[in-house]
Design a protein. Sequence first.
Length: 261
Amino acid sequence: MEINIKQLISIIKQVAQTELLPRFQHVTKAYKADGSIVTEADIAAQHAIQQQLHHLYPDTPLLGEEMSENEQLDALNNINGVWVLDPIDGTSNFSHGLPYYCVSLALIQHKEVQLGIVYDPERDECFHAQKNQGAFLNDRQLNAPEYNTTLNKAIVGVDLKRLPSAMAAQIASNPPYASQRSLGSIALDWCWVSTGRIQAYLHGKHNLWDYCACWLILTEANGASQTMDEECVFTPTMAHKFAVAAVSDQLLKEWFLALKP
């Protein structure tokens, strides 16, 4: 299947600008069984993107966050590959008027991520990558190691809520870094690592639609990541991932060692 990434970026931007931006700060929200928020904007954006992808690539199904688990598993097992979509990564931010959220789209084929797009409509910033072709912010190629530093000088992204209590207490009481942020959008957080806006990252519960696109973007930007079990973050499964990332292998090793009991 030949992919036109510029066409996909155009679709994502158009949907974000018509379905998300007009609803920002004027949104109807509800709570799902797990306590997470879903809005009418999530549903509208997923439907619009799904329709256009189906028109262009009818043999490749979509796995979206706002689908049932059975639908997600069926899509993931498709032999022609699968689109993985989070129509709003950072829905809680979006629903409360915090301008830090994005649309995230990835393509998995042959059990590998082939393409990733993360679009921030508030800043009109589009992060994108294709396997073995580098990563870009709009038209600028990204190289995360340019922002390498030592951990004691780094700004890190950490969601303390998602960490084991002992680890959260350890790094909160004796932080090994210069400063910490919790911004509320996994996909944008990873992309911001690729730009050096934050230099290291930690989150205890990644879903496939959270990390699939941004993992490829950071990887293609020569950044570094792994699970806390020292394995590759991406696998073509629905398993949650406890992930750590950084702008360089060197900083990742320092960060990982600091997280050990």
